[in-house]
Design a protein around this ligand. Structure first.
Ligand code: CU
Length: 114
């Protein structure tokens, strides 16, 4: 059996730690494609981290429709209210699609009454 010097073993150990700290997703998809998106929030599902959005057509990606979008950042998700108009950036990787960022550009009926 071959024995390795202690320094080599230590180096390999740290390299393996580095590897674990990078998610598989990031390794496979370092640069997700992004598309601008505009739409209205129809429903909010904080448990599943999803916003149901009635979105306008996204050139070169999809037609206008109502569908759920994953929002990874819970704080961002909570910044929206049902009825809000939002404008943001949709990220699309090989394995997933998610709403990377957005800003509320108009408050819905419910909020305007208050
Ligand atoms: Cu869609």
């Amino acid at each position: 059996m071959t024995t390795y010097p202690q320094s080599t073993v230590t180096l390999l150990f740290f390299l393996s730690l580095l590897n674990v700290s990078c998610s598989k997703e990031e390794q496979k998809q370092p640069n997700p494609t992004t598309f601008p998106i505009r739409g209205e929030v129809v429903a909010i599902d904080t448990a599943k981290h999803r916003l149901m959005i009635s979105h306008e057509a996204i050139p070169n990606y999809m037609d206008a429709m109502t569908m759920p979008f994953k929002v990874k950042n819970l704080g961002l998700l909570m910044s929206a209210q049902v009825g809000d108009s939002i404008q943001g950036v949709l990220a699309v990787s090989k394995n997933e699609t998610w709403l990377k960022s957005f800003t509320v550009i108009g408050r819905g009926e419910e909020q305007r009454k208050e």
